[in-house]
Write a protein that binds this ligand. Structure first.
Ligand code: SAH
Length: 211
């Protein structure tokens, strides 16, 4: 059983290599992570397809290519302390947790957060701290972060997240409504350099009240 799973995950990593992902650590983490653990049983057979899938509550687990691409972008500056906004299924967090020493992750839907926490524990990933809160505000009392990844689309770049970056720190996030751009923003003193990476499609980052 385990072998079948790892073969599928290894095949997924191979597909991502063919799609242009080159970071060895990212490809290895994908090939070692059972994505079906992050899905309902009814969808488990689709776990190793390169597509986004529903995870309940109107939310989605991101397409593996985009998980890999965002992780690759975030790792370029070798961050030690990383914040993820939008825990969702916990899959992106599981990939990141294998590649950075210290991960913080925020989710605004309690049920998703509880499930994600259980899944990471099952995978023996213990370097992740979870929070049930509005991620627009970041995590002020754990800041600053060397890198922040937002896995839901913000209408505009949240100021609080910029303020919580270390010098040289990077923020990777999708910005927009119907059409969204994946941006990488780098802090240089009081200035922020922004690069457009590619067009993407994410569920919205919701501001304010918790679900
Ligand atoms: N990284 C996730 C992707 C989940 S989809 C994964 O690997 O599965 C985006 C998630 O962002 C959803 O779970 C949604 O509830 C959450 N979200 C949306 N707005 C948020 C906010 N303001 N704060 C925290 N989480 C938010």
């Amino acid at each position: 059983m385990t072998r079948v799973v790892s073969t599928s995950a290894a095949n997924l990593a191979k597909k991502l290599y063919e799609a242009g992902i080159r970071h060895q650590g990212v490809l290895q983490a994908i090939s070692q992570t059972p994505r079906e653990l992050f899905l309902d049983n009814a969808l488990a057979h689709k776990a190793y397809e390169n597509t986004a899938l529903p995870i309940g509550q109107g939310q989605t687990i991101s397409q593996p290519y985009i998980v890999a691409r965002m992780t690759e972008l975030l790792l370029q500056t070798q961050p030690k302390k990383v914040l993820e906004v939008g825990t969702g299924s916990g899959y992106q967090a599981a990939i990141l947790a294998q590649l950075v020493p210290e991960l913080y992750t925020i989710e605004r839907i309690k049920g998703l957060q509880i499930q994600a926490r259980q899944r990471l524990k099952r995978l023996d990933l213990h370097n992740v701290t979870f929070k049930y809160a509005d991620g627009w505000l970041g995590w002020p009392n754990r800041s600053p972060f060397d890198a922040i990844m937002v896995t839901a689309a913000a209408e505009t770049v949240p100021e609080a997240l910029l303020a919580q970056l270390t010098e040289g720190g990077v923020l990777v996030l999708p910005v927009g409504e119907e059409t969204q751009q994946l941006l990488r923003i780098t802090r240089q003193g009081d200035r922020f350099r922004s690069e457009v990476i590619e067009m993407v499609k994410f569920v919205p980052l919701i501001q304010g009240a918790l679900a």
